[in-house]
Design a protein around this ligand. Structure first.
Ligand code: NAG
Ligand code: NAG
Ligand code: NAG
Ligand code: NAG
Ligand code: NAG
Ligand code: NAG
Ligand code: NAG
Ligand code: NAG
Ligand code: NAG
Ligand code: NAG
Length: 574
């Protein structure tokens, strides 16, 4: 009798016994994927050792569609790239638009496989899949789907039907979209004729749809307002995957629009549940403050907790901040594979037998003969051979010519990046150096150049609408024999410096630029190296890069506050 009355009392007060202890809060350090990581899509997969997997947009960066794995939602390791071989979609190599390429991927787990659907703007929309997300070559080729729009979703309904919602431009107005839907049959990728699905809350343009089924409702999560300051997350629901949908009266359910938050442009969300049943959301955000002027890293991935009661609308835990309290899974960095964690620094000397680190990026497909690790005549270096065109390209440039460029994302507001370069150009026009690279239309370069018969110079030059004056300085004779050390540094949150030294010598600043010069469009900054001959095809001088160092020196989160670049919640110093 006594036991029964205790149970009754417990259920009356809602205090239940035998429930798992409430998870303790710890601190989310946003962004969880710092640097150029827009349009995140994530899944939690119990069958794969309770791991979270996320994919993000890459536009023309190659390899594309990085897959990050995490067991604690704080430490994310790069485990593969879904798009890692030209054979998967050869036409990617011919895309001309600097804002085209792979837009927002949707990543899902179904029938023991991981699936991605994505629109490659300038080419095809298609899907690819794998049985092993840790293995690049296990990702299939891209099967085109003929979806007449962008930001496609994947949703398997309980009856087995595969639906894809996507954003379709309304032809009468190129800046207006509607969410449409097709059924897809696998494996052909054939689709039905598309049909109108929803307009969201009519804050143009609705895009980035993700459908999910919960408690008998089909929910449709959208991005509205465009990817800049007006970006917002909205949601609707209906009894059928084919609509109609009612709108959440609380829409937008997450946004930084009309706020003074440092984390702006919050939108393009995805939602998933962990092993404890806790809901989480990811979204893209720009660390720019409402001024939205300085944001060289572009759109980054942020995390927030969500609360989703049975039969109710989800409540997303905004506003997005650099530090947020939430019941995170406990720290666990035990993840397979040799890739880097996204917050790791770099120090590479390219020893014999090593390969190019998986988080390094090219722009479109590389001309592979232009990159060699530890060539026998110059071990412990990365050899670059020049492309004909410079990073911008010239009138004759076609994408398949390639540009000799390799970089890594700027992942910290403050950082120092440097390399040693052994390079003695002998043909006029030859140049090799370091670059801060956003796209072929926005980059800032400091290189060793053969300018004329007199000899070699250091040249600082930028390609951008508001490019600063070019600077040419002669290289002291005593530097020439030692090899050069070149550096790019974000010395504060608004400015970069470009510096040079003889290897092992005193560094000398050549120029500074405001970070606004690379705050533009859909991508985010890379730092890296390049080599070209500027059309003088007699120029074949190799450039040998070594001692590649990238060290983050602070993440800025607004209001004058930073946290350390390798900032994990178990880390020292805070
Ligand atoms: C890409 O362009 C090149 C010419 O630059 C052409 O030879 C090739 O067929 C094109 N490839 C595709 C897949 O369109
Ligand atoms: C990776 O996938 C490829 C293609 O499916 C397969 O041949 C290879 O054995 C896999 N490698 C590993 C380490 O599993
Ligand atoms: C899509 O699939 C659903 C469920 O099987 C079906 O009711 C609907 O007719 C299909 N749509 C088209 C256009 O075939
Ligand atoms: C897919 O569509 C193509 C072109 O319409 C057609 O030839 C093919 O038979 C279809 N495949 C399936 C499995 O329906
Ligand atoms: C959806 O939005 C488009 C573009 O504004 C508009 O033309 C259309 O009438 C809307 N449809 C509905 C059902 O509201
Ligand atoms: C932001 O402010 C504008 C102008 O007052 C208003 O039209 C809009 O609805 C507001 N949006 C949000 C999400 O606060
Ligand atoms: C955890 O943090 C949330 C804010 O995200 C707060 O509402 C909640 O009370 C905290 N829980 C505990 C156990 O401290
Ligand atoms: C790139 O090459 C073009 C064509 O030769 C030239 O006009 C431009 O100044 C060069 N840009 C840079 C940054 O070297
Ligand atoms: C080579 O260029 C440098 C820098 O512009 C200039 O000072 C020098 O006079 C030039 N030499 C010749 C031979 O044109
Ligand atoms: C960064 O340094 C530049 C001078 O090099 C200065 O003009 C700018 O105000 C500084 N930015 C901040 C945020 O302190």
């Amino acid at each position: 009798m006594r036991a029964v009355s205790v149970l009754a009392a417990a259920s009356l007060t809602g205090l239940g016994y035998c429930q798992p202890a409430k998870q303790k809060n710890s601190t989310i350090y946003n962004p969880i994927l710092p640097g150029f990581h827009p349009d995140p899509s994530c899944v939690f997969v119990k069958e794969w050792d309770n791991t979270f997997f996320c994919a993000t947009s890459t536009f023309l960066a190659f390899p594309g569609m990085p897959i990050y794995a995490s067991k604690d939602l704080q430490n994310f390791k790069l485990i593969s790239h879904a798009f890692n071989r030209p054979e998967q979609l050869p036409a990617f190599g011919n895309i001309t638009g600097q804002q085209d390429g792979w837009y927002a991927p949707t990543l899902r787990y179904h029938n023991s496989r991981f699936w991605i659907i994505d629109s490659c703007v300038g080419s095809d929309t298609g899907y690819l899949s794998t049985s092993d997300p840790y293995n690049n070559t296990a990702w299939t080729a891209v099967t085109p789907t003929n979806i007449p729009g962008y930001d496609p979703d994947l949703f398997w309904d309980t009856d087995g039907t595969l639906y894809s919602a996507f954003a379709k431009t309304v032809l009468s107005d190129p800046f207006t979209t509607e969410i449409h839907q097709v059924n897809i049959s696998m494996p052909s990728g054939n689709t039905t004729t598309d049909r109108f699905l929803w307009n969201g809350t009519n804050v143009q343009p609705p895009e980035g749809p993700h459908m999910m089924l919960k408690d008998g409702y089909h929910y449709l999560l959208l991005a509205e307002g465009g990817t800049a300051q007006e970006h917002q997350v909205t949601i609707g629901r209906g009894k059928s995957a084919q609509g109609p949908f009612e709108t959440d009266p609380k829409n937008p359910i997450l946004t930084a629009y009309n706020t003074s938050e440092y984390f702006q442009t919050v939108g393009h969300a995805d939602l998933f549940q962990d092993a404890n049943g806790q809901w989480w959301g990811v979204a893209l955000s720009t660390r720019s403050g409402p001024e939205y002027k300085t944001w060289p890293m572009g759109r980054e991935t942020v995390l927030y907790p969500a609360n989703w009661e049975k039969g109710q609308w989800p409540v997303l835990g905004g506003p997005i901040r650099g530090k947020m309290e939430a019941p995170l899974p406990s720290v666990n960095k035990n993840i397979r594979g040799s890739g880097a964690f996204v917050r790791d620094p770099d120090h590479y000397t390219f020893p014999p037998g090593s390969s190019i680190p998986s988080h390094f990026s090219f722009w479109r497909f590389p001309q592979t003969q232009n990159y060699a690790v530890s060539p026998s005549n110059h071990p412990n270096s990365l050899q670059l051979l020049p492309s004909r065109a410079n990073l911008t390209g010239d009138a004759a440039f076609v994408p398949t010519d390639g540009i000799t460029f390799i970089g890594r994302r700027q992942t910290d507001n403050l950082f120092t990046y440097s390399v040693d370069i052994d390079y003695s150009p002998s043909e006029v026009g030859e140049e090799s150096g370091v670059t801060l690279f956003l796209t072929q239309s926005y980059h800032v370069d400091l290189g060793i150049v053969r300018l004329n018969k007199t000899g070699n110079y250091l040249r600082f030059r930028a390609e951008a609408p508001d490019a600063p004056e070019e600077i040419v300085v002669s290289i002291p004779q005593e530097w020439c024999d030692q090899g050069m050390h070149l550096q790019v540094q974000a010395y504060n949150i608004t400015h970069f410096s470009f510096s040079a030294a003889p290897k092992g010598g005193q560094i000398k600043q050549i120029a500074t630029v405001p970070a606004t010069i690379v705050s533009n469009g859909f991508t985010g900054s890379f730092v890296g190296v390049y080599a070209w001959n500027n059309g003088n095809t007699k120029g074949k001088t190799p450039s040998y890069v070594s001692n590649w160092v990238y060290q983050g020196q602070g993440q800025y989160i607004g209001n004058g506050e930073f946290y350390p670049s390798n900032g994990q919640r178990s880390g020292a110093g805070f």
